[in-house]
Design a protein around this ligand. Structure first.
Ligand code: NAD
Length: 499
């Protein structure tokens, strides 16, 4: 059985806690590896080594740090196929989707190549007589990232890229469900020139997470995962005086106005609702057609599209639309919620409960489901299902549709499909949700903008990636300087290297 340990001080090391977790191949249901779960002592040792290595990295000029990112991008492209294969085998998503996961992380690393520009401080010449004032952005020291299973390449890169470019040492605690790719990313960072000890990958569960939150050397924590854990990490990390940002779960609504192009809306809903088996924090899980005529037309267009979806293992190639969910527990939870929807009176228009795939009977596959006539009080409406289940809530008016999205406790993403600019503009302006799509179902901002939800989807005041990440991973120091007049040297005639 393959054993996955940690990445400490530039090499793979075995765990010493005696505890491990199973890593599955979700398509077959087989355990394909064991991953070590770190003890508090292992975590603390990784942090201490990172703290010893960080000052030199922090003092390395930003351009040289950026060159590590530049080389890392080249290596990611070189190893794209290998990374995607490892990712799909542990997560279950299709190979094209795994490449998208890597690509969206890679784009944040590309953005980090511009770190020298983002780290420039502010300067006031002659703030007083002979006095200049300037501010610098300095690294926090050792920071940590705790990441979810659903984007095992992208989210670790969203965290490590900006943190390292700012001159921090970074402790990554990836999901224990799919730990291979984070370890491979650490190897590539080393090959790209990152000094040993600056990036430590510590696998683990709650024990490792709590050790991060209680370690006094760790100055900042970035988390992505489910809302209850986000809330827990935010409160414990803040209580311990750390800078913390936590991104949580979602229930993303897509409003379909009567004037929308129904084919376009149905295509968008199928991709955004069922892609990656619905295991995306930006998946659309609620469709809100406005008016019964719109709802009937939309459902009619959705049914044949959903029935045509191809569900299968990633090894079946590009022909598969989505793969299995991540664990048996996730599969059972989704089916339990589907049954609750039926019991609570929703209409199950497409029923995937009997889905079976020949040769993969033990895999964690879930067939696609479509509900109609879902209401606010149902568990399938209130809960994040994180599976291939789309709920339709019928609204009579635009204002009612808006209220569904606005009243829901989550506020990660949302979308509106309409041909009317005035409605779209009103929606974008009034909605209390962090990321908004107008005729775009999954409005994930690109690397140079920032990503973050509102309400119970985000805790803390800065977003992920983009310029916000550079604010999160640095602190500002402001210097007021007055120089007495002194000797003036003669001229210099050579270009100086910034070493
Ligand atoms: P999760 O909350 O179960 O796990 C996330 C991380 O927290 C993992 O590293 C895990 O080891 C750790 N963890 C789990 N239980 C813990 C506990 N009791 N104490 C301390 N640490 C614990 O989430 P997941 O199932 O891996 O990921 C899916 C969730 O992530 C969904 O809710 C999804 O919406 C959310 N998500 C949000 C975003 C976003 O940007 N808002 C992005 C991706 C995923």
């Amino acid at each position: 059985m393959k054993e996955l340990g940690h990445w400490i001080n530039g090499k793979r090391v075995a765990g010493t806690s005696g505890r491990s977790a199973d890593v599955y191949n979700p398509a077959t249901g087989e355990v394909q590896a064991k991953v070590a779960l770190a003890s508090k002592a292992e975590l603390d040792a990784a942090v201490a080594a990172a703290a010893a290595a960080q000052p030199k990295w922090g003092a390395t000029n930003p351009q040289r740090r950026a060159r590590v990112m530049m080389e890392f991008v080249r290596l990611l492209n070189r190893d794209m196929d290998k990374l995607a294969e490892a990712l799909s085998s542990e997560h279950g998503k299709t190979i094209p989707d795994a490449k998208g996961d890597i690509q969206r992380g890679l784009e944040v690393i590309e953005f980090c190549i511009g770190a020298p520009h983002l780290l420039k401080g502010e300067f006031t010449d002659s703030a007083g007589p002979g006095i200049d004032m300037y501010s610098m952005r300095q690294p926090l020291g050792v920071v940590a990232g705790i990441t979810p299973f659903n984007f095992p390449a992208m989210i670790p890169m969203w965290k490590m890229g900006p943190a390292l470019s700012c001159g921090n040492a970074f402790i990554l605690k990836p999901s224990e469900r799919d730990p291979s790719v984070p370890l491979m990313l650490a190897e590539l960072m080393q090959e790209a020139g990152l000094p040993d000890g600056i990036l430590q990958v510590v696998n683990g569960d709650k024990e490792a997470v709590d050790a991060i939150l209680d370690n006094e050397t760790v100055q900042g924590v970035g988390f992505v995962g489910s809302t209850p854990i986000a809330q827990y990490i935010y409160s414990r990390g803040c209580a311990n005086g750390k800078r913390v940002q936590c991104f949580g779960g979602a229930k993303n609504h897509m409003i379909v106005m009567p004037d929308a192009d129904m084919d376009q809306a149905a295509d968008a809903l199928v991709g955004a609702g069922y892609g990656a088996a619905g295991e995306r924090c930006m998946a659309i899980s609620v469709a809100v057609p406005v008016g019964d005529k719109t709802a009937d037309a939309l459902i009619e267009k959705l049914i044949p599209r959903i029935e045509k979806l191809k569900v299968g293992p990633y090894t079946a190639g590009d022909d598969v639309d989505y793969g299995p969910v991540v664990t048996k527990a996730a599969q059972q939870n989704i089916l339990r919620l589907v049954n609750s929807g039926v019991d609570q009176g929703a209409t199950l228009v497409v029923d995937g409960r009997d889905f079976k795939l020949q040769g993969y009977e033990d895999g964690f596959f879930v067939g696609p489901h479509l509900f109609d006539n879902v209401t606010r009080d149902m568990d399938i409406y209130k809960t994040e299902i994180f599976g291939p289940v789309l709920s339709t809530v019928r609204a009579k008016t635009y204002e009612e549709a808006l209220s569904y999205a606005m009243d829901h406790e989550y506020g990660n993403g949302t979308a509106i499909f309409t041909r009317d600019g005035d409605t779209a503009r009103d929606f974008a302006s009034r909605i209390n949700i962090g990321m908004v799509g107008i005729n775009v179902p999954i409005p994930v901002p690109l690397a140079y903008h920032t990503f973050g939800g509102w309400k119970k989807s985000g805790f803390g005041d800065l977003n992920q990636h983009g310029p916000d990440a550079f604010r999160f991973y640095t602190r500002t120091k402001t210097v007021t300087a007055r120089w007495p007049s002194g000797l003036k040297e003669g001229g210099e005639f050579h270009f100086k290297q910034m070493d």
